[in-house]
Design a protein around this ligand. Structure first.
Ligand code: AMP
Ligand code: ZN
Length: 113
């Protein structure tokens, strides 16, 4: 089955892309849960953090963290932000292409649900 987020990387599916380089794509979440809600994904298909089995995959995830920091700084999120990645059914993962949610712009409760 074609992967939704692979299609966004390839620009075969519309998305509000806010950042893209050779490793990473970042775009606005379709159903934002906070004033800032951006998804940051590796361009290469990985299912989740549970898929980070070798150095190439780990580096792809690390590149996502680099971009999260860059986006946060560029947007002046000095009051803080949260990075979330859901892994598997119990965590509520609904798209099976590794993604980090960057959430900001309001007070976020803890612990998450
Ligand atoms: P998760 O539940 O952690 O797997 O997160 C998947 C996220 O992808 C949800 O927050 C959805 O709102 C978001 N999403 C699903 N389809 C799209 C899309 N086509 N463009 C942007 N965000 C999407
Ligand atoms: Zn994919």
């Amino acid at each position: 089955m074609p992967c939704l987020f692979c299609k966004i990387v390839a620009r075969e599916l519309p998305a509000e892309i806010v950042y893209q380089d050779e490793h990473v794509t970042a775009f606005k979440d379709l159903h934002p849960r906070a004033p800032t809600h951006i998804l940051i994904i590796p361009n290469a298909h990985l299912v989740s953090v549970d898929d980070l089995a070798d150095e190439v995959a780990v580096n792809a995830a690390a590149q996502c963290l680099r971009v999260a920091r860059e986006i946060a700084r560029a947007r002046g999120l000095t009051n803080g932000y949260r990075l979330v990645t859901n892994i598997g059914a119990d965590a509520g993962q609904s798209v099976f292409h590794l993604h980090f949610h960057l959430l900001a712009g309001r007070r976020l409760s803890w612990p998450p649900g």
